[in-house]
Design a protein around this ligand. Structure first.
Ligand SMILES: Cc1cc2nc3c(=O)[nH]c(=O)nc-3n(C[C@H](O)[C@H](O)[C@H](O)COP(=O)(O)OP(=O)(O)OC[C@H]3O[C@@H](n4cnc5c(N)ncnc54)[C@H](O)[C@@H]3O)c2cc1C
Length: 261
């Protein structure tokens, strides 16, 4: 790629950069344009002001639910945690939805504190796994996963959104991590690196410790999901388009038996 010197107003520079990277090839070889998410303090304040916490508690687990999508700004210090929490308090008071939202901000703060205390130690298992995670973990993600071509529409669509926009919904992150760690036995590090590379909010603490939380090396049990969970929170349209045998179509006891015994 030829690099050129770009100057002008912020908007002009943003337009130029978007032009340079439009059609940049993603991991899957497909053309990927600039992310629809706009950076900068001005955009962050608009997004914060637009965010309504009403219904957050009940809908945040659904892919189409009312999440804030403020993580990019928070991650890069464009918005402060306190500032975000206070904006919600002023506009919506101490409602149940506000409390649930603050709890999530609390998770972010908690991961940061753990990272602050343990530093690079979070790059290794913090506790023994509570279940059999397998061994001989992969150094590289299998190509069909990176390219979103596993045939499992739910997983492929999560990867597509990640690569194209730099965002993945929290529940999708949990499904994807669980799929890689528990269904594919690839280990958590290889998936952690993949997400970190693509997420606009990629953060060593929130990302690394969440992967360990799913794996059960920083939680008391592994995170598992099944087809019913995907359909309830992601909708049925993925399953309707899927043409491969679903590894998630089972009850939780059945999955535990199959994956961990
Ligand atoms: C495997 C995995 C990897 C993750 N990697 C990252 C990462 O690299 N960077 C990152 O910021 N978050 C990460 N998260 C946490 C969470 O998925 C994102 O913060 C959230 O999806 C961002 O979207 P949002 O701003 O719309 O969230 P909202 O639901 O609107 O939440 C508001 C804010 O609270 C914080 N938050 C919400 N959920 C969590 C959570 N579970 N843990 C920590 N903080 C949370 C974020 O700062 C977020 O912006 C990860 C979660 C998982 C399961």
């Amino acid at each position: 790629m030829k690099l050129t010197r770009i100057s002008g107003t912020r908007e002009e520079v943003a337009r130029e950069v978007a032009g340079v990277f439009a059609g940049y090839y993603g991991e899957g070889g497909e053309k990927v344009g600039p992310s629809p998410y706009v950076g900068g303090r001005k955009a962050a304040l608009v997004a914060l002001e637009k965010f309504s916490v009403r219904g957050y508690a009940g809908s945040r687990n659904k892919l189409g639910g009312g999440v804030s999508r403020l993580s990019f700004y928070i991650r890069h210090g464009v918005l402060g945690l306190r500032e975000v929490a206070e904006s919600v308090r002023q506009r919506f008071g101490e409602s149940y939805d506000s409390l649930k939202f603050w709890q999530e901000l609390g998770w972010r703060q908690f991961w940061q504190l753990v990272y602050g205390r343990l530093g690079h130690r979070i790059e290794e298992d913090l506790e023994p796994a509570k279940v059999n995670l397998g061994k001989d973990f992969a150094d590289e993600l299998p190509e069909e996963i990176r390219q979103g071509k596993t045939g499992l529409v739910c997983m492929d669509e999560c990867v597509r959104e990640l690569v194209e926009t730099g965002y993945m919904h929290n529940h999708a992150r949990m499904w994807f991590a669980s799929y890689l760690i528990h269904f594919r036995k690839l280990g958590w590090k290889v998936g952690e690196r993949f997400l970190y590379r693509h997420l606009l909010d990629g953060d060593p603490a929130s990302n690394g410790l969440s992967w360990q939380w799913v794996a059960s090396t920083f939680s008391h049990r592994p995170y598992l999901f099944n087809q019913e969970n995907i359909q309830e929170n992601g909708g049925k349209q993925w399953c309707e388009r899927c043409r491969v045998k679903c590894p998630f179509a089972a009850s939780y006891p059945e999955l535990e038996q199959r994956l961990f015994s």
